[in-house]
Design a protein around this ligand. Structure first.
Ligand code: UD1
Length: 419
């Protein structure tokens, strides 16, 4: 298994191009199964999670062709089985996104329950209850969700908790349902809006995506289309924090600034000068030490849980004391235990971390535990004295395209080595 070696101490400077969003690509790839004709999706990032989703679709008989220039072509005309096995779902929870499309289009889905993961229990009860309310017959047997339906029926759904993939699964299922579905307390994330725009391009009738009330008029069938995935706001945010934490100047291009409002406000509060244009953002922290900031995670448009670990790293070397409150997932502080081993001063009280910045972290061997935790360890390594080695970096490859090339292009001393 590879590891990353990072020698800290250099301010990062330069420009980096942001890839297509992982969390939009996954539901869009699954949603492509709803169409009767071929779908071409561009700006899909080269990531392990995308490869897993393509593998899952292929195993069900969906034809997936990857064309470097044009994108990914998906044709679900030849689906042979509506089955997502445990060995795939356990490596990627987002596999659950095939449940809604399979049931709506083929009337049948056997999808493994995801089980626990490193950042908490993460149940899928809201996905299941929503589909049941739409008339699906669902049994949980031998660790599998076994769902059957003739044609789903439109209903009014009030989601218990704001859930991103739950909203996406139910919105996809509703596109082919009989009548109108209303999803109340829907997730408002930009990736939900991107999926809605993709479904609309296939002929779906959806209003209100991006608000907490999405209304879907079911149609009889959907057709093929061409679609370009939106930029990854979490990848963009991660490189911007890298600029700030190292006291450098980093510009991200091919990004969508309005999706990062909450993150940019925190970077400004940390003392960075933030500039932006239509599709770029620049963070300038040259000659300054970041100031400690307080962060509370919550569903979009509030501060994203997927940026929590990166700002925790920033607080580790900031001037002052900063508090991080995680409200979306329990147990999402594993990275902090690793950062402590690098000399960070962190006190944990339930879902709150109180971090007192130190002037310098020191390198240590550390272990990645989940996707965003790994990114935060890279950031910590960039400001640590000495050479940090990060193990289990397969977590990083799930969500960051060419991470060492991109960081190296900004002047970081980083390399991937076999273990
Ligand atoms: C998605 C993102 C992930 C991000 C998260 C929160 C994808 C592929 N992943 O994950 O990167 O960190 O949103 O922004 O888009 N919950 C329930 N019951 C359910 C579903 C969720 O109780 O049926 C709870 C979860 O345990 C969690 C909260 O709702 O506490 C939010 O989770 P959710 O939005 O569903 O996260 P994901 O969609 O899995």
């Amino acid at each position: 298994m590879d590891k990353l070696q990072i020698t800290g101490g250099r301010p990062l400077e330069g420009e980096v191009r942001i890839s297509g969003a992982k969390n939009a690509s996954l539901p869009i790839l699954a949603g492509a199964m709803l169409a009767e004709g071929p779908v071409t999706i561009s700006n899909v990032p080269h990531l392990q999670d995308v490869t897993t989703m393509i593998g899952l679709l292929g195993r069900m008989g969906v034809s997936v062709t990857i064309n470097e220039r044009m994108g990914v072509e998906v044709d679900a005309g030849g689906v042979t089985e509506c089955f997502a096995p445990y060995d795939m779902v356990k490596t990627m929870r987002a596999s659950i996104l095939v449940l809604g499309p399979l049931l709506a289009r083929f009337g049948k889905a056997d999808v493994s329950l995801p089980g626990g993961c490193a950042i908490g229990a993460r149940p899928v009860n809201i996905h299941v209850a929503g589909l049941q309310a739409m008339g699906a017959d669902i049994r949980i047997e031998n660790g599998y969700i076994k769902a059957r339906a003739e044609r789903l029926k439109g209903v009014r759904l009030v989601l218990d908790t704001v859930t991103v993939t739950g909203t996406e699964n139910l919105m996809m299922a509703a596109t082919l349902a009989d009548g109108e579905t209303v999803i109340e307390n829907a997730a408002r994330e930009p990736e939900v809006v991107d999926l809605a725009n993709f479904l609309i391009a296939m002929g779906a009738k959806i209003q209100g995506a991006g608000t907490d009330r999405i209304v879907i008029q079911g149609v009889k069938s959907l057709h093929g289309c061409e679609y370009t995935v939106l930029p990854d706001r979490i990848e963009a945010g991660t490189y911007l924090v890298a600029g700030a934490i190292t006291g450098g100047i980093v510009r991200v291009k091919s990004a969508c600034p309005s999706h990062l409002d909450a993150v940019l406000l925190k970077l400004q509060a940390a003392g960075a000068t933030v500039g932006q244009g239509d599709d770029w953002i620049e963070v300038d922290m040259r000659g300054r030490r970041p100031l400690a900031i307080d962060v509370r995670t919550a569903p979009y448009p509030a501060f994203p849980t997927d940026m929590q670990a990166q700002f925790a790293a920033l607080n580790c070397v900031a001037d002052g004391v900063g508090t991080i409150i995680e409200t979306v997932f329990e147990n999402r502080f594993m990275h902090l235990l690793e950062m402590r081993r690098m000399g960070a001063e962190i006190r944990l009280e339930g879902n709150t971390a109180i971090i007192k910045g130190v002037s310098r972290l020191t390198a240590a061997p550390v272990m990645a535990t989940d996707l965003r935790a790994s990114a935060s360890l890279v950031l910590a390594g960039l400001v640590a004295e000495g050479r940090t080695e990060i193990e289990r970096i397969y977590h990083i490859d799930r969500g960051y395209e060419s991470i060492e090339e991109k960081f190296a292009s900004l002047g970081a001393q980083i390399r991937r080595v076999p273990n």
